[in-house]
Design a protein around this ligand. Sequence first.
Ligand code: SAM
Length: 213
Amino acid sequence: MRVRKKPWADKYIDDHGDYIVTDPKNWLGKWQKRFANEQPLNVEVGIGKGRFIIETARANPNINYIGVELQTSVIATALRTFMEDPLPNIQFVLTDGANLDELFYENEIKKIFLNFSDPWPKKRHAKRRLTSPLFLKTYKHVLAADGDIEFKTDNRGLFEYTLVTMNNFPMKFDYVSLDLHKSPENETNIETEYEQKFSPKGPIYKLVAHFTD
Ligand code: SAM
């Protein structure tokens, strides 16, 4: 999903360098210095307008969160929302999630969230899906041995694809729901912007999975 360029975005990002990183390779091994407290690190790739990571960080002050987003105008919108009530346990990173293994050490991340990732339905674009084997390899490198991936989507095709690629990688599933909003786990579910928009139209799928070795 491409968003039209917002003229204010570049300057807004430049003006808020305490909360957003645009040169992430320079922060390899130093991420904890950007937070008020050194504590476990969770990452969301493709944060969109940021509702999920902001509300999740607010609910979990003992965890540090890094929100990764590829599009300048989108991350600037998330940052602007965040600045209305800043939290000490979030940092935003403007970059491609495909590079996570160049930004983090092995085992550095406890959890990776992927929410309503772009489905890239054409077969020739399959490598761009955030749950393709190439991305999974990157996640495996940076995830802690006891870490996991949480994935939500409204797109049945992408969910089925993800079940297959994760199973074949191999990964093991700790949780699978074909209708999250009708399951007991929904009580603690924090919705994303896409989830709010698309859940009235059909089920939300969710899985939690970990690498096996
Ligand atoms: N997670 C949000 C939500 O649920 O409301 C946004 C979903 S939107 C469909 C997908 C987002 O992922 C877009 O903002 C897009 O720019 C971002 N994205 C796609 N590929 C990415 C990548 N390789 N690295 C970082 N962000 C990516």
